[in-house]
Design a protein around this ligand. Structure first.
Ligand code: NAD
Length: 326
């Protein structure tokens, strides 16, 4: 049965893909996004270009911290669920602006949970992150592992967000799924994320500043696999659950750079720098919980995902700053 979903952060990278998929299967989507300037808002408007022409789509430009606005949204739209993706994302800037991160990620999440409580919206999906695992030697990471030692303010806000979600589940029986995304990539990836940044520089014949010795390991997850996990968690949301959504494969930074070079057909030129604070040395998701409960099965190998990313990258051109606001 079709649902009406409030999707926060729906103009962003992951959110706009979730939006497209929900609309394609016949759900109604109300996107709430303030088009913040973490990166060019014109890119976010472009992300929603296809969605705008589809039935069942509403865009509200506004802030997840604005309680009055949320009250109006709750009264106007009979919502069946909330997918809460809006956040300040990105580890390194959180070290510069921890209070801003706390404000958006925690006050914002608290407001969204209040909305769910006040309008008895019985389905809440929260975007958490693999960064909650902090610096760990042992892989893969399991949802049952202790996550009490975040190494960036961003990671701390995501863990705290999970805790807030749990308290609302406990008090108001709100079904909540907290999804720990592992480095997501694909078309529309945020421009400051590694794959997008490296692609831009290799394509332009510029050097790539590589932090650390290239041996740091990441679990890179293709956007379509993440979206499938988000929708499955929405459709099967019961109780309180935490899920890793990853690809279950570690790739070193050096391997990643060569794979991007291969996808572009160009040789990357590397410039080495010391590792940066806040970055962890490895991530890898144990995904059996999501597999068993959600039928989650990542299907996109890195080479295939990178080829799709490069194909998209070469067709986008500059963003459209004058695209109309809804
Ligand atoms: N991309 C990844 O690899 C990754 C990994 C782990 C977790 N996550 C989480 O997934 C979610 C989506 O990430 P993304 O990569 O799509 O980021 P994104 O920056 O592209 O999307 C976030 C969206 O939230 C919006 N937003 C920010 N502050 C807001 C506010 N106060 N009110 C309303 N809207 C606001 C932004 O305008 C943006 O469109 C985030 O919660 C992020 O922390 C992402």
């Amino acid at each position: 049965m079709a649902m009406r979903i409030l999707l926060t952060g729906g103009a962003g990278f992951i959110g706009s893909h979730v939006c497209d998929r929900l609309l394609a299967r016949g759900d109604e989507v109300v996107v709430l996004d303030n088009l913040d300037d973490y990166y060019d808002p014109a890119i976010k408007r472009r992300n929603l270009r296809d969605a705008r022409s589809r039935d069942g789509f509403t865009f509200i430009e506004g802030d997840i911290r604005d309680g009055e606005l949320l009250g109006r949204i709750g009264r106007t739209h009979a919502l069946d669920g909330i997918i809460h993706l809006a956040a300040r994302a990105g580890v390194r800037p959180s070290i510069e602006q921890p209070t801003l991160y706390n404000d958006v990620n925690l006050v914002g999440t608290s407001r969204m949970l209040e909305l769910a409580r006040d309008f008895t919206i019985g389905n809440f999906v929260f975007a958490s992150s693999s960064s909650v695992y902090g610096e760990r030697e042992e892989t893969p990471f399991r949802e049952t592992d202790p996550v009490d030692h975040p190494v960036s303010p961003y990671a701390a806000t995501k863990k705290a967000g999970e805790l807030l979600c749990h308290s609302f589940h406990h008090l108001f029986q709100l079904p909540v799924a907290c999804l720990r995304f592992f480095t997501v990539y694909g078309p529309r990836q945020r421009p400051e994320m590694a794959i997008h940044r490296f692609t831009r520089r290799i394509e332009a014949g510029e050097t790539i500043p590589l932090f650390g010795d290239g041996s740091s390991l990441r679990d890179y997850t293709y956007i379509d696999d993440i979206v499938a996990g988000v929708l499955a968690s929405l459709d099967r949301n019961e109780g309180f659950e935490v899920y890793n959504l990853g690809n279950h494969r570690m790739v070193s930074l050096s391997e990643l750079v060569s794979a991007i070079g291969h996808a572009l057909g160009r040789e990357p030129i590397i410039e080495r720098h010391p590792s940066q604070p806040g970055d962890v040395s490895r991530t890898c998701a144990e995904i059996s919980h999501a597999r068993e409960q959600l039928g989650y099965e990542p299907e996109t190998p890195l080479e295939v995902g990178l080829a799709r990313f490069v194909e998209w990258y070469r067709t986008i051109g500059p963003p459209e700053p004058r695209e109309e606001r809804a």
